[in-house]
Design a protein around this ligand. Structure first.
Ligand SMILES: *Cc1c(COP(=O)(O)O)cnc(C)c1O
Length: 361
């Protein structure tokens, strides 16, 4: 079998050893005579997987002791609603930093529940950059400030996070969670759909400071209340057991690779191959993101015309590259080089780009 050069934006590549382990354990999970898919979420086998996954996350991300780790469903998109339902009090105001399509969606959901304001926006330049600290409005009384740490569609990433003082900071980290070290203590709440860097679609990770939950709104429906899941260790109802299991294997793989620092170093090298091909092309490839705001995860670029882009994408496909078309709202090309994408795959793409330029430049 030849593995594809997989640059899918999400769901996306998983580490091969994770798939192989899941395959080996699928029919008979660790001697139980059945698969994990067929077991009670209250049995000892699943319980061990569930709690080990939480422990691994706490260890790998250095999550402080006063935070809860939750496994929810509904994707990051349900978090767009759960965050304001729980954390935007009546009469309060929440600030949203608009750096792309996902941030906009989060903002529009917040407006369904209460008052939300634009704390900053980079829409005017086509979301090519992350706003400077001085361009973000953080009124002292705000309920929270929400940002998107990595903008999957436009290919920008916060190089460092803004200081919001006493105002709680909330981040959608769906597309760069565990891709680099992050000081969790600076955030009141972090959420991430699993299908980019953590595992399969169907499980959403939430990391929340307990003190922040204590101030949550009352009257939130049971399943949409963070407190329900925190009180029940994410076992109030049936959790997405298979998704948590695959996440467990992915975290084990990250640990084996040397943890988040080692993964980060490799991500820098991986993205470096592709940005190198862009920067050394003399303008044949044009990066979408401003260099100071470039993402390590989603590398977005254009060619001189849509025809040439089509030719590039067609030939790339024939050469075994998958998932290189830009998001439908942005166009152009996008290579998503998440944690599980091997460095070799990125090197192969850079070489393909150089060769394509030679014959088409
Ligand atoms: C993919 C993505 C989402 C949407 O996730 P779903 O799990 O499909 O709801 C939200 N935010 C960001 C930053 C994403 O990359």
């Amino acid at each position: 079998m030849k593995r594809a050069y997989n640059f899918n934006a999400g769901p996306s590549a998983l580490p091969l050893p994770v798939l192989q382990k899941a395959q080996a354990e699928l029919v008979d999970f660790r001697g139980a005579g059945m698969s994990l898919l067929e077991m009670s979420h209250r049995g000892k086998e699943y319980d061990a997987v569930h709690n080990e996954t939480i422990t691994l996350l706490k260890e790998l991300m250095a999550i402080p002791a006063d935070y809860d780790v939750l496994f929810l469903q509904g994707g990051a998109s349900l978090q767009f609603a759960m965050v304001p339902m729980n954390s935007l009090p009546p009469g309060g105001q929440a600030g949203y930093i608009l750096t792309g399509g996902w941030a906009e969606k989060a903002y529009s959901e917040a407006k369904q529940f209460g008052q939300a304001f634009e704390a900053a926006s980079t829409k005017d330049d086509g979301y090519r950059h992350i706003p400077a600290a001085g361009d973000i409005s953080i009124p002292p009384g705000a309920a929270y400030i929400h940002l998107t740490s990595n903008n999957t569609l436009y290919g920008t990433q916060w190089p460092s996070f803004p200081d919001t003082g006493a105002v709680p900071l909330i981040a959608d980290m769906s597309s760069d969670i565990l891709a680099r070290p992050v000081d969790i203590g600076r955030f009141a709440l972090i959420y991430a759909g699993a299908q980019k860097n953590l595992g399969p679609a169907g499980v959403t990770l939430v990391i929340v400071r307990r003190g922040f939950l204590e101030r949550a709104n009352s009257g939130v429906p049971t399943m949409l209340s963070y407190a329900t899941h925190a009180k029940n260790n994410s076992l109030y109802n049936t959790p997405p057991t298979f998704g948590v299991y695959i996440m467990n294997l992915v975290l084990g793989w990250i640990k084996e690779q040397g943890g988040v620092d080692a993964i980060h170093k490799r991500n820098i090298a991986k993205a470096g191959h592709i940005y190198g091909a862009i920067d050394n092309s003399g303008g044949f490839y044009r990066g979408h993101a401003r260099p100071d705001s470039r993402s390590l995860m989603n590398i977005t670029f254009r060619l001189a015309s849509e025809e040439l882009e089509k030719k590039f994408l067609d030939e790339a496909k024939k050469a075994g590259f998958v998932g290189l078309a830009g998001h439908r709202s942005v166009g152009g090309c996008r290579a998503s080089a998440y944690n599980a994408v091997p460095e070799e795959t990125c090197r192969a793409l850079a070489q393909f780009m150089i060769d394509f330029q030679k014959t088409n430049g």
